[in-house]
Design a protein around this ligand. Structure first.
Ligand code: BJW
Ligand code: ZN
Length: 250
């Protein structure tokens, strides 16, 4: 599919789902998970740290790493991809934004009611009683990759506080998953942006949209194989999304 064909299909859409992955935030300086190693992933394998077992085994290593990432997001700014997605709401009858990202860059670009499938860096909670906590970052800067930091204790039960993200082996937040499924089943245009599509159950969403007859378009800076019924636009999210919007809604 060419950019123009995608733009025509977007212009006619009644309900659009935009589904984002780490590639959407990459140009804001937030490292992705599986691309060429950056400072963040050089030192730690995310699959090793992003588990409840890793936290239990070494809470201060895990907490320090996540708090460093939270600070990195706080210092980052939304990019043109986030802005184009926020802008899209003005042009289509209905828009649902579903993200796998744990940052808040969609919201800071102006998107409202973003569905976060994998939680958020900004909603830490007690590992024992589940109480959510609002915590100020305890530092301005940390060494690249983070440093050990003792997780604070829960004010209710003295348990350890953990990041509010979804780790491997954990269920996705039920409400978010159900809301995403409902939107995906109702949409007629599904735009997947900057995800490797390797993590389930989120990776099912494009296929479910396709199964329901939606036009499915993937935007990624690295080409990968898609079925003959899906479409692919190769290029960076911050370049492709504004172009797509300009062509669809001149
Ligand atoms: C650009 C760009 C630019 C770069 N422009 N593009 C079925 C089959 C096999 C396994 C499973 C299965 N079902 C469940 C599983 C197990 C597991 C899983 O999927 N494992 C796979 C790795 C095989 N899933 C789970 O455990 C999930 N839970 C679950 O299933 O619960 C039920 C259950 C419970 C108990 C037992 C069994 C089942 C939970 C998954 C949670 C994922 N969490 C993470 C970490 C969050 C915390 C943190 O931030 O540390 O979420 S993993 C990580 O991957 C993160 C991301 O949201 C997620 C997806 O990554 P994403 O966004 O796609 O990033 P990348 O880096 O992979 O790709 C970036 C892409 O962008 C690339 O394609 C680039 O080319 C592109 N790009 N720059 C455009 N500028
Ligand atoms: Zn507690």
């Amino acid at each position: 599919m060419t950019m123009d064909a995608a733009a025509r299909s977007l212009r006619e859409a009644k309900h659009v789902v935009v589904f984002t992955g780490a590639g959407a935030s990459a140009e804001s300086g937030i490292p992705t998970f599986r691309d060429a190693l950056t400072g963040l992933w050089e030192r730690f394998d995310p699959a090793q740290l992003a588990t409840p077992e890793a936290y239990r085994a070494d809470p201060s290593l895990c907490w320090g790493w996540y708090e460093w990432r939270r600070r990195k997001v706080e210092l980052a700014q939304p990019n043109d991809a986030h802005r184009a997605i926020a802008d899209l709401v003005k042009h289509v009858p209905k828009l649902t934004v579903v993200t796998q990202n744990v940052d808040d860059l969609h919201e800071r670009a102006g998107s409202l009611e973003v569905i976060h499938l994998h939680g958020s860096l900004n909603s830490p909670r007690c590992i024992d009683c589940g109480l959510t906590h609002t915590l100020a970052l305890p530092f301005d800067t940390l060494p690249e990759g983070g440093a050990r930091l003792e997780p604070p204790a829960c004010s209710a039960c003295n348990g350890s506080i953990r990041p509010g993200v979804v780790w491997f082996g954990e269920m996705l937040p039920e409400q978010a998953w159900n809301d995403a499924l409902e939107a995906v089943e109702a949409c007629d245009f599904f735009l997947s942006v900057g995800t490797s599509g390797m993590v389930y159950p989120a990776a099912e969403l494009p296929l479910r949209a396709l199964g329901n007859g939606a036009t499915v378009v993937h935007v990624n800076q690295v080409r990968f194989d898609v079925s003959s019924r899906e479409h692919f636009l190769e290029g960076s999210a911050s370049r492709m999304l504004p172009t797509l919007l300009c062509r669809a809604f001149p």
